[in-house]
Design a binder for this molecule. Structure first.
Ligand code: GAL
Length: 542
């Protein structure tokens, strides 16, 4: 009886969903970083061929996307988008056939607003989602990148604070239209991470979602985007990946070391790996070697699909420790040198709950054998050292912790308490905000078992994401100093914590200056003329 009912239910189920999700982050090439919004047929073909000739297709780079600039400003008599016949004389179907003939996937591009980004009048899909999805399917499209310009009018290209641009509705509409076609297409949301709770809805709607404003052709973009991707580990999983934007490798923006850092940071965070350089004979060998490092690619493409997490940050010393889970009980350890100088750092594996492991340095292609305890690690300037750890034995380094809520502290200056809804501002549903110039939060009677350093998990909220400032120095961080027992205040850079001003993030930091006993005083303060992140509280680990 039950079986019959189930069969009946599936027989009358609506059209099968055809929105495809890739189990691992998409890889390929996109025209935008090298050609801006001026693509044409020959360059798309040249780069598709380049993926083959440079051996990149065999490594998994198989999507070829023509970004902005491909259509005309008018729809045809059936209301369909048209390829610009001067730029693409063979048309979309033929371009798709060519790309497929190379064993590659055909990537399409449109937008959720009136016009395409980077144009003043080229057609986008608002109001024509069904027609466009149908056309994409007929041309043989395999993926759609869906952008977010001209959301409110035909005159303002980027309106990132508008309800229309921030709302999931238009992106969900196109997902439904793609689903209604008879072709499997992967959907790449390019909403820029604006509005609220983007990870929540976008991970349900698309295979990938852009979580930041565009990458800019300079090193500082790497710090900005890394600080914004941090909270998305909550949503990242097979079929749902945070898109840190197209790679700037091979575009003369970064040193060789920086290109490796960029590639490695995208890989441990499970970003799509979409090449933005020109894949002709003059592509730099070192850049090609970076893009071709199979061990780094396999970190990105790992079957678990888990994003790495920031485990420690040493802001004044300018380095981070990242750790991510991989399949087969392995982990990837990333040691990021944000300073452009060679240096030596100490990484205490036991403080990361690892008592022993076998390590492999994937950039050096070198097995390091068994590692345990404190490791002296040499880093050159802007190096991201990547170790894959296997055969791991673990031991909890901290047996207990004690929580201090910021709202129970003494506030001075502009600092004020906000009471949050249940479940918000976790774990105490209260936070101290408005920690502006000169404001402080002082917590007294803090217990410490020993003198000196202590591991502290600082619960903070920062949703001051860099959008307008993305081309400049916007970093997605807010600074706060922490001083213990009247000692020198030390600066810490807090990344974006979650999907709004009520979602807590935790920064794990080593703070010095404690005295054994129950009389420690910890003072949190904003830096210079800027606001600190909101403060929820902190855990003292023992
Ligand atoms: C941006 C998008 C970029 C690129 C550009 C085209 O909105 O984030 O990746 O597609 O539009 O102008």
């Amino acid at each position: 009886m039950t079986t019959t009912l189930l069969l009946l239910a599936s027989a009358i189920a609506p059209v099968l969903a055809t929105l495809a999700r890739s189990p691992t982050p998409p890889m390929g090439w996109n025209s935008y970083n090298a050609y801006s919004c001026s693509p044409h047929e020959d360059i798309v073909k040249l780069n598709a061929q380049g993926l083959i000739d440079l051996g990149l297709k065999d490594l998994g780079y198989d999507i070829v996307t023509t970004d902005c600039g491909w259509p005309t400003s008018e729809r045809d008599s059936q209301q369909r988008m048209q390829w610009n016949a001067t730029l693409f004389p063979s048309g979309g179907k033929a371009l798709g056939d060519f790309i497929h003939s190379l064993g590659l996937k055909f990537g399409l591009y449109s937008g959720a607003g009136y016009y395409q980004c980077g144009s003043t009048n080229l057609t986008a899909s608002l109001g024509y989602e069904d027609e466009d999805a149908e056309a994409f399917a007929e041309w043989g499209g395999d993926t759609l990148k869906y952008d977010n310009c001209y959301a409110t009018s035909r005159t303002t290209m980027v309106d990132s604070t508008s309800t229309e641009a921030q709302s999931p509705a238009r992106f969900e509409k196109m997902a439904a239209s793609l689903n209604a076609t008879d072709r499997d297409m992967q959907y790449f949301i390019c909403q820029w991470g604006i509005g609220q709770d983007v990870g929540d809805w976008a991970s349900k709607t698309g295979n990938t979602w852009r979580m930041s404003n565009d990458i800019y052709n300079a090193w500082r973009s790497i710090w900005r985007i890394t600080n914004e991707v941090f909270p998305y580990y909550r949503w990242t999983q097979p079929g749902a990946f945070p898109d840190m934007d197209m790679l700037i490798i091979g575009l003369d923006a970064l040193s060789e070391e920086e290109e490796r850092f960029h590639f490695g940071m995208w890989a441990i965070n499970k970003s799509p790996l979409i090449i933005g350089g020109i894949l002709n004979g003059s592509f730099q060998n070192a850049s090609l070697a970076t893009l071709s490092n199979q061990e780094v690619i396999s970190i990105d493409q790992d079957a678990l699909g888990k994003q790495a997490q920031l485990m420690r940050r040493y802001t004044e010393e300018e380095w981070d420790i990242w750790l991510g889970e991989l399949s087969d009980s392995r982990r990837v350890l990333g040691i990021a040198n944000w300073r452009n100088q060679s240096r030596r750092v100490e990484v205490d594996l036991s403080s990361l709950n690892i008592s022993s492991a076998n390590a492999r340095d994937v950039w050096a292609l070198e097995d390091l054998g068994a590692v345990s305890g404190s490791q002296d690690v040499c880093l050159v300037g802007h190096e991201l050292k990547l170790w894959v750890l296997s055969n791991i034995t673990t031991k909890e380094a901290y047996t207990s912790s004690r929580y201090y809520a910021a709202a129970n502290g003494t506030l001075a200056g502009t600092a004020s308490i906000t009471t949050c809804a249940a479940g918000e501002c976790a774990p105490v549903a209260k936070k101290v905000g408005d920690i502006g110039p000169g404001a402080t939060v002082t917590i007294s009677s803090v217990s410490s078992r020993s003198n000196g350093k202590n591991l502290v998990g600082v619960d903070f909220i920062n949703y001051d994401y860099a959008f307008e400032t993305a081309w400049d120095w916007g970093s997605n961080t807010r600074n706060m100093t922490i001083a213990v027992n009247g000692g020198t205040p030390k600066r810490w850079a807090f990344p974006i914590s979650g999907g709004d001003w009520y979602e807590t993030g935790r920064l794990m930091i080593d703070i010095d200056g404690f005295q054994a006993g129950d009389e420690n005083q910890v003072v949190f303060r904003s830096m210079d003329a800027s606001f600190a992140p909101d403060l929820v509280g902190f855990d003292m680990f023992e």
